[in-house]
Ligand binder design. Structure first.
Ligand SMILES: [Zn+2]
Ligand SMILES: [Zn+2]
Length: 384
């Protein structure tokens, strides 16, 4: 009797590379964001990709390089403001493109080799499993020939066991990260993994979902209080205030280290930085990353307005982890938001409208970020 051929349920090397490339190149250019801002943030993208490379996180590095290339070789050229970008910024990005093209190509080959090896190991494991099952069946037949057959016994379903432990996928082992000391974990802490329950995701899903898994972002608890104190003068006269959340990346997580209050103008429902060049210089000179922004709603509740959604897009298209903190002091509300990956991000990226406008809302465009956020109390460390 021949056993059923085992089902191959993971994608092969080519499929996985294709997925990464598509994921990286899905970046959209939001015309609400000035073209020059894309060029300024290009530096941050490259620094982050290089960091991933140093840490051996090849997939995230590759995705970010693809994002960078898609943006500057192709999509930014459609931006109406492309021609107004100062030539020194364009030249800088062009020189970066020249250096990263061969790096990205080499990375692709490395990943291809790694995936091919993993796929081969997986197939070998399946074959071994098949042989083991055949042997079991043969043994069973010998035993059965010596004992009376119980009616219906042959219909007992068997649970397939595929020994996949020998395959290591990057990051899968990285579930038990060290928690900083003096930390409080609110209800929005990272869910713990219970290995006794069966995962709902298929193996294929879990391979792909790791690229979309958000890394932990550490927000010092005093950030909001400090910001509200600075903003208070504006809040009293019903004027919004905004700040930039800049931080560092280490050990596969982000940490907000600087709350930057840029030169700005504000009204009762808008707020914008006026000297972005200076801001960008500060961030690049200090090797920081723009991990999000914070602003007040002096008289309204906490939510993201249409303008806020486009501002958040400009952060999140750069780094998936970026957050928007909205403080509504009158209602004592402080919320941390992100655009939803599958609906909000492409919707806002493709929206051509500006100012206050409405968006289709069949599905949630943004949500309160509750996972992979860690609010910590650092008694001695000062926010700069
Ligand atoms: Zn707002
Ligand atoms: Zn819009």
């Amino acid at each position: 009797m021949e056993s059923e051929h085992p089902k191959v349920n993971i994608p092969d090397a080519k499929e996985r590379i294709k997925y990464l490339t598509n994921y990286g190149s899905s970046i959209e250019v939001d015309f609400n964001v000035p073209a020059v801002r894309y060029f300024r943030s290009g530096q941050e993208m490259i620094r982050m990709a290089n960091l991933y490379l140093e840490e051996g996180n090849l997939e995230h590095a590759y995705v970010l390089y693809i994002k960078f290339m898609t943006l500057f070789l192709e999509k930014i050229r459609r931006h109406p403001g492309f021609k107004t970008v100062p030539s020194h910024l364009k030249e800088l990005i062009m020189s970066r493109l020249k250096t990263i093209l061969p790096i990205a190509e080499k990375l692709k080959q490395q990943l291809m080799e790694q995936y091919t090896l993993e796929y081969k190991r997986y197939l070998d494991e399946l074959k071994r499993e098949e042989k083991r099952k055949e042997k079991e069946k043969a043994d069973e037949m010998v035993i059965n020939s010596t004992k009376p057959v119980v009616k219906g016994e042959e219909n007992i379903p068997t649970v397939p066991i595929v020994g996949l432990d020998s395959i290591t996928y990057p990051e899968m082992a990285d579930e038990n990260r060290k928690r900083p000391e003096n930390s409080i974990l609110p209800s929005c802490s990272k869910p713990t993994v219970n290995r006794t329950t069966k995962p709902k995701l298929s193996l294929e899903d879990s391979i792909y979902s790791q690229y979309k898994t958000l890394r932990l972002i550490v927000v010092p608890a005093k950030t909001i209080g400090e910001f509200l104190r600075i903003a208070n003068r504006n809040t009293l006269v019903n004027k919004e205030t905004c700040g930039i959340l800049a931080g560092i990346a280490k050990n596969n997580q982000f940490e907000i280290s600087h709350l930057i209050i840029p030169k700005q103008t504000g009204t009762s429902d808008t707020c914008s930085a006026t000297n972005e060049e200076e801001l960008s210089e500060f961030i690049n000179d200090n090797n920081l990353f723009s991990l999000g922004w914070i602003h007040t709603h002096p008289t309204q509740t906490a939510f993201l307005s249409a303008i806020d959604l486009h501002t958040q897009y400009s952060y999140q298209r750069l780094f998936d982890e970026s957050i928007a903190i909205v403080c509504a002091p009158r209602y004592n509300e402080n919320e941390i938001y992100t655009l939803t990956q599958d609906y909000g991000l492409p919707l806002i990226g493709n929206c051509m409208q500006s100012g206050f406008h409405t968006h289709p809302n069949e599905k949630p465009i943004y949500k309160v970020r509750r996972i992979n956020i860690l609010i910590i109390i650092i008694p001695k460390k000062q926010l700069k």
